[in-house]
Design a protein around this ligand. Structure first.
Ligand code: SAM
Length: 280
C-alpha cells in the first residue's frame, strides 16, 4: 500500500486502508472492530478518532452508533480531504427517516392514514437510497443546513481536522472527550516520536478525556514493527524500549484504570483491544 500522494507512508498514512483491511463488504460497510465495543459506549458520546485516515470509522461512529459529536484527526491533509468527501458520500446514500412526513402530505386525515398504511406496507428500506451511479452522474446530494437535521445528527455531528495530534492541540480538545479511539496508530507514533513520543501521546489522551472517559486502544504488535521500520529513521526504531506488551503498565502509571480486553477483530488477528477508564 502507498500513501495517497505516492510518497512513503511513514505515518501509516495509507490510502484506502479501511476498505482493504477492516471492512467486510459482504456484511455492509461496518468496521469489525466497532462491533466489539459495548454498544452503549458511543451513544451520546463526544468522540475523538485519532489517525482517522479517510474517515470511515469516524463516519460510522457518527452515523450508526449515535455518537453526539465525532472529531476525526489525521496528520495527512489529503486523507482528511477524503474523509470530508466520505462524509458527503455517506450522507448522499442515507435514506430519509421512515417516520418523516412525505413532502406532499395533505391536511386530509383520510389521505394521511392512507399514506401511513402505504409506509407500513412498504418494503424494508434499502441502504442505497441514492445509488452510487446517481452520485457519479449528478454529484452527491447537498447537505442540509444544520437547523434542519440538527447538530447532533449525521452528517453535522462529524468533522475532521488535519493535525499531528501528539504535538498539536485542536480546538475541540478544549471541551474534552468521553471516548478516544486510537486504532492502528500507536506504532506510527512510536516509530516517528520514539518512546518519548508514545509516552506523550498516552498522556495527551489521558488529559483530553473527561473524568471517567474511555480510551479504546488497538495497539499494533511488536512483530508488525519490523516491516514498518524499513520506512523509518534507524535511530528511532533501534532505541525503542516500550514494547506493546507493557503498554498496559505504562497506561496504569499515567492514571488509567485496568484494561479490559474486548477481543480480536477477526479470525487469526493478532490485535487486541483494551478499554481503559480514566481515573482522574
Ligand atoms: C494505519 S492507519 C489507521 C487508520 C485508522 N485509525 C484505522 O485503524 O482504521 C494510521 C493513520 O494514523 C495517521 N497518523 C499517524 N500519526 C499521526 C499523528 N501523530 N496524528 C494524527 N494522525 C496520525 C496516519 O496518517 C494514518 O492515516
Amino acid at each position: 500500500m502507498t500513501s495517497v500522494n505516492g510518497t512513503l507512508p511513514t505515518h501509516g498514512n495509507y490510502h484506502n486502508y479501511h476498505g482493504r483491511v477492516y471492512y467486510n463488504h459482504h456484511a455492509g460497510p461496518h468496521d469489525s472492530r466497532l462491533a466489539l465495543l459495548p454498544p452503549e459506549l458511543l451513544a451520546g458520546a463526544r468522540v475523538l478518532d485519532i489517525g482517522c485516515n479517510e474517515g470511515w470509522v469516524s463516519c460510522e461512529v457518527a452515523q450508526s452508533w449515535a455518537a453526539r459529536r465525532v472529531v476525526g484527526v489525521d496528520i495527512d491533509d489529503v486523507l482528511v480531504r477524503m474523509a470530508w468527501k466520505r462524509r458527503r458520500t455517506l450522507w448522499s446514500h442515507q435514506e430519509p427517516p421512515r417516520d418523516a412526513p412525505p413532502p406532499d402530505a395533505s391536511s386530509s386525515k383520510k389521505r394521511k392514514r392512507k399514506q401511513q398504511e402505504d409506509v407500513a406496507l412498504a418494503p424494508v428500506p434499502r441502504a442505497d437510497y441514492f445509488p452510487a451511479s446517481c452520485q457519479h452522474m449528478f454529484g452527491p446530494l447537498p447537505i442540509p443546513p444544520v437547523d434542519v437535521g440538527g447538530a447532533d445528527a449525521f452528517p453535522h455531528n462529524v468533522s475532521f481536522r488535519c493535525a499531528d495530534w501528539v504535538n498539536e492541540v485542536i480546538p475541540e480538545d478544549a471541551g474534552g472527550y468521553d471516548v478516544i479511539l486510537a486504532f492502528s496508530v500507536s506504532k506510527w507514533i512510536h516509530l516517528n516520536g520514539g518512546d518519548d513520543g508514545l509516552h506523550r501521546f498516552f498522556r495527551r489522551v489521558h488529559d483530553a478525556l473527561t473524568q471517567g472517559g474511555t480510551f479504546v486502544f488497538e495497539p499494533q504488535q511488536w512483530d508488525s514493527y519490523t516491516k514498518a521500520r524499513k520506512l523509518h529513521p534507524v535511530q528511532n526504531a533501534k532505541k525503542l524500549q516500550l514494547h506493546p506488551d507493557i503498554f498496559q503498565d505504562v497506561l496504569r502509571g499515567i492514571g488509567f484504570g485496568p484494561a479490559r480486553r474486548l477481543g480480536a477483530p477477526g479470525e487469526g488477528s493478532e490485535y487486541l483491544f483494551c478499554c481503559l477508564q480514566s481515573m482522574c
